[in-house]
Design a protein around this ligand. Structure first.
Ligand SMILES: [Zn+2]
Ligand SMILES: [Zn+2]
Length: 666
């Protein structure tokens, strides 16, 4: 069966943080396949986007004291820029806040409800008495009742992948304040998933492409009995639930982000003046929907997403494959932002070029079991595979042609057995890489490309053109003719994995930037003029410990405030012109301060333990004047006063002599 049209997608990353290398795997894998299909001449569209809704975002925004919108707009801009630097070739990378997405999702769910697959039901959900809010999914944490994992969330256990019900969590607590939640009644809307059990079982069992991990997990999931899934949340950050009576509730992220694959396709075609173009991917039966995900996302892509598509009665294409990666650990541990374990995608690029990482990640892609990122492996991949094997072979070949054949592909003489075997090997490796990629065995494909370069080195060492050039120049010409064909093949085969390097090799070879997959095995003709070759990689002469230190140094620099940020802080001299105790508060004073502006400013400061009001009156102090106002005990605090603290002692910072209020501190 020949593929002609493929929609390549990668799971939408939550962007409460910048991604770590493990989070990048589905995106990078999708990019490799999108590039491969484009080389094959298929009609390819590669879409994804930032998932800006959902509780991880809300939890992080609460932690940073900013709105979810502010947090996600800032991070979305950063990841868009980073994905460019990582050479991720999205056709459309959007967000779940896109108006096209929101409109599509609401219409979609209205349809699902009209078709009778949505019902409302009162249920008891965790409620934090201290935060005064319901605690949807990640707002509640506890111990997984199945595997005992301590950090399980209200909706899912990251460890065993099971979908959870917050009432089942052991020792549940609010993830913001740690309080034990109460269970309160609230009305929610449910998707009637059990109605699709038979169709889903058949869909999964008959799907030939699904990797074993996705198929086995999904069939077991159905066997254990499908339950109606809550679709709504008591949360105001998200897409409004479009059901009558559900005002004030939003859709659970997994009932909208997977629909982003469709809305991002719609958005792409709208932007390109072809508003119906998306239908070719989602309804034409020869089009394939290919999803790349991490293993915690399996049930949403093999169960919930297909069931939603079926629930429209509109004959949407269901995912054709769900290529699922296992976990990538860092030096044997799970990546964790708070514990500073792992490498983040911005840090990685500050250390080494994207292709070093792309190659290492794909050569170590966790396909059938978890794999481990270690500095040792990274050094091996970069120094031995990229530098010594690939870079060295290409550099030797091209430099030799430049030095001895005037930069022209030499005319071969009679081919001996070794030459013929080498030329056959190019075709053989081409077929192997092609076979691996078409079966989604990206790790094996990567290995085969490097093995071809390894064969090339072995061939050169056996033929020793640096000797034969003097004794038998015709033999040297044949050797270099054969070698340059390997370089040519590599310049195409490497494109999906390390596109910047592939482009450089094509520049050296004087070949066009755009190539077709089959060009890999079309020989360069004798007399073809090549360009000068430069080293493709730099050997890393650092130990594992030094690499870790380098990473930590980059991190430490990040944490420093830049001069620019510091100079944005508006510090001024103020004179305290009023002091009042704040009723009900033990430690707070309300200070009225003349800061040289038209109106005096108010500061709420926790210093009544240290100063009597009359002691403070008329003092000159230093304030930060351009902070966002903050309500404390019902009083708006507009400026902050500066003080030094040691244990239980406090000293206000004061100018050395009285100076006009409003004077800037520099
Ligand atoms: Zn578990
Ligand atoms: Zn709480």
């Amino acid at each position: 069966m020949k593929l002609e049209r493929v929609l390549v997608t990668s799971a939408w990353p939550y962007i409460q943080h910048i991604l770590h290398l493990g989070n990048l795997l589905p995106i990078l894998s999708a990019d490799v396949m999108a590039r491969y299909y484009r080389l094959k001449g298929y009609d390819v569209l590669f879409v994804s986007g930032s998932d800006v809704h959902g509780t991880p975002i809300e939890v992080e925004a609460v932690r940073q004291g900013i709105s979810p919108k502010e947090l996600t707009e800032k991070n979305h801009e950063r990841v868009v820029d980073l994905f460019k630097k990582w050479m991720i070739s999205f056709d459309n990378y959007t967000t779940t806040e896109s108006p096209v997405h929101k409109e599509f999702v609401m219409n979609f769910h209205r349809k699902v409800a009209e078709n009778g697959y949505v019902f409302s039901q009162e249920s008891e959900l965790p409620y934090c008495p201290k935060c005064k809010r319901f605690l949807p999914d990640r707002f509640v944490e506890g111990e997984c009742p199945y595997c005992g994992y301590k950090g399980a969330r209200g909706d899912q256990c990251e460890q065993c992948g099971r979908l959870l019900d917050p009432t089942k969590l052991i020792n549940a607590h609010c993830s913001i304040c740690g309080s034990q939640p109460l269970f309160r009644k609230t009305l929610h809307w449910y998707f009637d998933l059990p109605k699709f059990a038979d169709q889903l079982r058949e869909y999964i069992a008959n799907n030939k492409q699904f990797p074993d991990n996705a198929r086995n997990f999904s069939l077991k999931f159905i066997e254990e009995g499908l339950k109606p899934r809550p679709m709504t949340r008591d949360s105001d950050w998200g897409i409004p639930a479009p059901f009558p009576g559900a005002e004030g509730k939003t859709l659970y992220v997994w009932f909208e982000n997977v629909l982003g694959y469709i809305s991002a396709t719609i958005e792409y075609f709208k932007r390109h003046g072809d508003p119906d173009g998306w239908r070719r991917f989602w309804f034409d039966k020869d089009a394939k929907i290919l999803c790349f995900i991490g293993k915690d996302n399996i049930p949403f892509h093999t169960i919930i997403f297909p069931a939603l598509l079926l629930a429209t009665h509109e004959d949407y294409n269901l995912p054709w494959n769900v290529s699922t990666n296992e976990w990538l650990n860092f030096e044997g541990q799970k990546s964790s932002k708070s514990r500073k374990i792992g490498i983040w995608i911005d840090e990685a690029l500050k250390m080494f070029p994207a292709d070093y990482w792309r190659y290492t990640l794909m050569a170590n892609r966790p396909e059938t079991s978890d794999t481990n990122f270690t500095w040792k492996i990274f050094l091996e991949k970069v120094n031995s595979d990229l530098n010594d094997t690939l870079g060295n072979f290409i550099h030797r070949t091209l430099t030799f042609i430049n030095n001895y054949f005037d930069g022209e592909v030499p005319k071969p003489g009679r081919l001996d057995k070794i030459d013929r075997e080498m030329l056959n090997a190019i075709n053989e490796y081409f077929r192997r890489v092609d076979g691996c990629l078409s079966g989604f065995h990206i790790q094996a494909a990567t290995k085969n490309v490097i093995d071809l370069a390894r064969e090339g080195n072995r061939y050169l060492n056996e033929k020793k053109p640096w000797k034969t050039i003097k004794l038998d120049p015709q033999s040297a010409a044949t050797t270099l003719y054969v070698s340059v064909q390997i370089v040519k093949a590599l310049s195409v085969l490497l494109e999906p994995f390390i596109p910047s390097t592939a482009r450089k090799i094509r520049e050296f070879l004087n070949l066009p930037g755009k190539m077709q997959w089959e060009d890999a095995i079309v020989p360069l003709e004798e007399g073809h003029k090549i360009g000068k070759a430069k080293p493709l990689f730099e050997k890393i002469n650092l130990s594992e410990e030094e690499l870790q230190e380098m990473l930590e140094e980059i991190r430490a620099l990040e944490e420093k405030v830049s001069f620019e940020e510091f100079s944005r802080i508006d510090m001024r001299v103020g004179r305290i012109i009023g002091v009042e105790r704040i009723p009900r508060s033990k430690n707070l004073l309300k200070l009225t301060i003349d800061v040289g502006m038209a109106d005096p400013k108010v500061a709420v400061a926790g210093i009544s333990k240290y100063y009597r009001p009359e002691e403070l009156l008329n003092r000159h102090i230093i304030v930060v004047a351009n902070l966002k106002p903050k309500k404390i005990f019902g009083i708006e605090s507009e400026v902050m006063i500066l003080a030094a603290q040691h244990d239980d002692e406090i000293a206000l910072i004061q100018p050395e002599k009285p100076i006009r209020p409003g004077s800037r501190v520099r």
